[in-house]
Each structure stands twice: as structure tokens, then as C-alpha cells.
Design a protein. Sequence first.
Length: 106
Amino acid sequence: MTEDKPGSAAAADESGDASTDVASLLSALSIPADADDAEAAAIAAAVGAHLSDLERAAAAEGEATSWAGERWTFAGRVRGLQGREARVPDRAPRDPWTASARTDRF
């Protein structure tokens, strides 16, 4: 097993940084010269799966930071449970438990 340098793509990947630059990942990629077609295909599949995971994580992160219609659902829950109208601000916490603890401020 080789040791990763602090600035290497593998070290950035292990740190959980979702904004890892794809170009740096591709530049760090190397296929051994003695790899046969099956090994090269396995490496390509692994890299493709990793890039797909990064894209899905970035998309999920984008969805998690947006209320995207959930504000109205949450306002309806407040109306149904507390019997009052509440305007949920954009800056309200998106975590349902945290938001429900702050409904008195809406």
C-alpha cells in the first residue's frame, strides 16, 4: 500500500471533500502497463462509479440546501397541528426537528 501525500487526489477523497476536482482525479489516474483488458475495464468501471457517486453527492447536497416546496408543506403542518398560519422564512433551518422547535418564531 502506498502512502498518500497530503495534497494528492486520494488524500482529498479520503477527507470526504465532495468538491474534489475531477481533473485532478483524472490526472492522478494511471493504468499499469501490464494490465490486460479485463483489469483496465475494472479500473475504468471503478473510476466511473466513483465519479457517479461524487455527482450524486453534489446533487443531494444541492437538494438539501433548498426548501424547494417543503416550506409550504411545513407551513401546512404548522397550520394543522397548531391551528395558526405560519410563514416559514427562507433562512429557517431545514432539519425538520430543528424547524419544529422554532415554529413560535415564524
